[in-house]
Design a protein around this ligand. Structure first.
Ligand code: ADP
Length: 152
């Protein structure tokens, strides 16, 4: 049986923090499915096609990474993708509290799926898509926060 992990998120936009977590997870799994959730209730900033394209550019040389979109519950998408693991990154204790609730509820709904957490690299603790959006909205340069492969 393959060890497949789903890394769900908005990736609005993908950042070097996301990229780092995904790359560090690659040796742990046979495949990592990076999945853009389309119904989180969050207002999108970059269109989903743009977010997909940036993720594709980032992992173009990584055959173990698959880029998808999904709607509905993450655990349902995991079952559909044949994944037994949900991958999430932790930056701060606030992330932990948030993730604890979701992770425990997900296990309640689907006990066969485990959430795996990776602590983020210290250099990316302050990096979030929401701050990157804020900088972009006001005309600031965001290239340094996006993966190097992203052509913007
Ligand atoms: P969501 O909308 O579900 O929070 P995000 O796209 O913001 O999705 O984040 C997806 C995942 O990446 C989450 O597990 C989040 O904690 C993690 N993440 C976000 N930013 C970073 C970062 N700078 N370093 C490590 N992990 C991060």
């Amino acid at each position: 049986m393959q060890n497949i992990a789903v890394f769900p998120g908005s990736f609005d936009p993908v950042t070097r923090g996301h990229e780092s977590v995904i790359r560090r997870a690659l040796p742990l799994f046979d495949k990592v499915v990076v999945a853009i959730g389309e119904n989180s209730g969050k207002q999108e900033y970059f269109p989903v096609e743009q977010r997909l394209e940036w993720l594709r550019q980032t992992f173009i040389h990584d055959p173990k990474v698959e880029i998808r979109t999904y709607s509905g519950l993450t655990v349902h998408f995991c079952k559909q993708a044949g994944a037994r693991f949900i991958l999430r990154g932790l930056r701060t204790s606030a992330d932990f509290e948030f993730e604890r609730g979701i992770g425990q509820m997900n296990r309640d709904i689907e006990p066969g799926i485990e959430t795996v957490f990776l602590l983020c690299d210290p250099e990316y603790t302050a990096l979030s898509s929401s701050i990157v959006r804020e900088i972009h909205r006001h005309g600031g340069e965001i290239r340094a926060f996006l993966p190097k492969a992203v052509k913007i």
